[in-house]
Design a protein around this ligand. Structure first.
Ligand code: UD1
Ligand code: UDP
Length: 394
């Protein structure tokens, strides 16, 4: 119960601060420009970490690579293997307690992970305003936990920060209640802020003895892909076909969920037999940017990597039947291959021949600035129409 004995917070008693909620690898990366912008502009703010990701290489490594301060609040680590409801409920309850104590006037969440659903819902229930960064994405694939989260968060947010005109249109089509702002995606900000630092600091190419533009990078972690033995086996068969037919080293930094599934489904010996495949632990952001920038191609089911590969001009093949990043398909950086082995090989072969000359549809690296303008009540007319014109061209 809050201190006034009510189940909601009294708006008059809220503090000046903005609460930024993080908890997963992509969320830490995409919120980093926002955390920095708040700090540079001396807007009172704090970060709350939900504990959803907790392994060093999924969490703390990103605070180090991105130069972020330790979160002011850190909830206990989520239990490995917990169900969606249990995980979301634990985070919801933990976030609610923090919000009652800290009383921020605004909560910002980013993306579609359970962390963000829990954050947005906790704030909404206490009648604290909510801003959804990267709102309006839709895969229209109702099997995906992320799709449920996106739709719910968008409908309970006050401020909807759409990364692209397409996302803005999705929000309008969905009749959301909050105010919609086209801002660009903060992944562009994060990438611009770190790519040169990565060039100077990362030794990953040397460590793995990789030839520039001469290897394939791959990541797999999506629940629909790795939790189902049939689909996972198809993807592994796809890697086998690539390894056997193309003369490219394949590098797979393996997500902990996938690593666990490789063990659960006894796939390690099959993987060991794949020609040219090297499996490594997940790498930090700086090393990943370098791996992605120098790859001949990336094969992935990640959302963020579809965007980053588009921005860095590395062709992408997506191991899914659909994407909520349709802009990448539209500008032709990305091919949706699904998970059937022959389709994967075919898409990789075709994509390796591509001219990487597509435009970047995700904005100009000033998304965080715009999001904070809105968050502190600065009128947006000046940049809104200019950005609108610029992005409409794509
Ligand atoms: C979550 C998000 C997904 C996002 C991904 C980013 C949801 C529904 N899914 O999926 O949208 O693309 O993060 O990576 O929120 N584990 C560890 N250490 C960690 C984190 C996870 O060992 O630091 C293992 C545990 O066994 C855990 C499993 O991975 O149970 C799944 O983790 P979870 O956070 O539930 O989902 P992700 O697959 O990471
Ligand atoms: N990433 C990383 N190291 C890795 C794999 C990915 O730093 O070993 C970064 C990548 O640059 C991208 C983000 O993690 O910004 C994507 O996260 P993930 O694929 O886990 O989640 P999604 O974007 O699918 O939600």
């Amino acid at each position: 119960m809050s201190e006034n004995g009510l189940k909601v917070l009294d708006r008059k008693h809220l503090s000046d601060s903005v609460c930024v909620i993080v908890g997963t690898r992509p969320g830490i990366i995409k919120m980093s420009p926002i955390i920095k912008e708040l700090s540079w502009r001396q807007v009172p703010s704090f970060t709350l970490h939900t504990g959803q990701h907790y392994s060093y290489e999924m969490d703390k490594k990103f605070f180090e690579d991105l130069g972020l301060p330790k979160p002011l609040y850190h909830l206990p680590q989520c239990k490995p293997g917990s169900l969606h409801g249990e995980q979301t409920a634990n985070m919801l309850s933990g976030i609610e307690s923090v919000l009652i104590e800290a009383k921020p006037r605004l909560v910002l969440v980013c993306g579609d992970a359970n962390t963000n659903l829990a954050g947005a819902l906790a704030a909404r229930k206490l009648q604290i305003e909510v801003g959804h960064v990267e709102s309006g994405l839709r895969s229209n694939d109702w099997r995906m936990p992320e799709e449920h989260n996106r739709v719910i968060i968008d409908h309970i947010s006050d401020y909807l920060f759409a990364p692209t005109p397409r996302a803005r249109q999705n929000l309008a089509d969905d009749n959301v209640k909050g105010k919609i702002y086209l801002t660009g995606n903060t992944i562009v900000d994060a990438l611009i802020q770190h790519v040169e630092i990565a060039e100077n600091k990362s030794a990953i190419m040397k460590t793995l003895s990789l030839p520039k533009n001469g290897y394939i990078l791959t990541t797999i972690h999506r629940e629909e892909n790795v939790d189902h033995i049939d689909t996972l086996t198809e993807i592994i068969k796809g890697l086998e076909l690539i390894g056997g037919n193309l003369d490219f080293p394949i590098v797979l930094p393996v997500h902990p969920r996938t690593k666990k599934r490789f063990s659960d489904f006894n796939q390690w010996s099959k993987l060991a037999g794949i020609q040219n495949l090297t499996i490594i632990d997940p790498v930090g952001y700086l090393d990943f940017l370098i791996l992605l920038r120098n790859a001949a191609l990336v094969l992935t089911d990640s959302g963020g990597i579809q965007e980053e590969s588009c921005i860095l001009h590395t062709p992408c093949v997506t191991l899914r039947e659909n994407t909520e990043r349709q802009e990448t398909v539209y500008v032709k950086s990305n091919t949706i291959a699904g998970t059937k082995p022959e389709r994967i090989l075919n898409a990789v072969e075709r994509s390796l021949e591509k001219e990487a000359d597509w435009p970047n549809p995700f904005g100009d690296g000033r998304a965080a600035k715009r999001i904070i303008d809105v968050s502190v009540g600065i009128p947006v007319t000046e940049w809104a129409s200019a950005l609108d014109n610029k992005m409409r061209l794509l």
